[in-house]
Design a protein around this ligand. Sequence first.
Ligand code: PAZ
Length: 283
Amino acid sequence: MHGKSIAEHVKCVEAFVKDFGSERIALVTSGGTQAPLEKNTVRFIDNFSMGTRGATSTEYLLAAGYTVIFMHRESSLLPFSRHFPSLFTMLHVEDGKAVSSDAKLVDNIQKSIHYRNRILFVPFVTLDQYLHLLEGICTVLEPLHERVLVYLAAAVSDFYIKHDDLPTHKMKTEEVSLPLSVVPKNLQRLVEDIVPRSFVVSFKLETDESILVEKARKALSSYGHQLVVANMLHTRKEHVVLVDNEKEMHIRLTDKNKEIEEDIIDNIKERHSDHMANAGTAQ
Ligand code: PAZ
């Protein structure tokens, strides 16, 4: 969290959107959450997500003209730098300076400089921080109404141990107890009470394909938002299903030189434009 409290992060968002100039703004959530197993946390529940979907989508959102609040798990992947997991080995020293002539590296550094005034990084680590930040940031964005796209790509824990049930100290192996509770779903409240005019996209990950679309439909009808991007764990980089109240649309990656997020964002931008137009928002 870079030493900032939730309230301080929310204040940064307020300052960032105060002079908001572009026509659209996206709140992107990215990466997994930690749910502690002890008050003095040594162990926690976590998941596989490195934030590839969120970081990649953010690059395409910026290119599509969005300003982005990038709410990401600390130390997960970031837009532009995500392409270089071993940056250190790409540099050499010339006249006491670290340099590289790698064209892709140069291009991505230039892009990240180009967009730096249009992206705000807001880190989180735990499930609790994630939930509070999401609510706080959405509250700040509400006055921007239909111009807001909420893009919930983070893999949020479904289980946690309530604060009162957490042992204070490192759990002893002979006293293992995991009184897990199900994380209360906050999406309905978000959609109905906090950002009722925004375009809200949630993600649904499954490992059993036979229930994927049914689960996405259930989320749509429970929370009342606009779109679910449904994906399978092992094919998430090549295939997603966009599920709305009327139909399903499959996006399949056929060109190996492309990233599926380019098509996802193209499609979502169009849907968001319709949402704004239907509400009479100038574009
Ligand atoms: O971080 P990543 O790119 O490896 O994975 C992305 C994802 C699978 C976490 C995302 O596309 C997603 O489905 N998020 C929601 C997960 C869920 O709570 O169902």
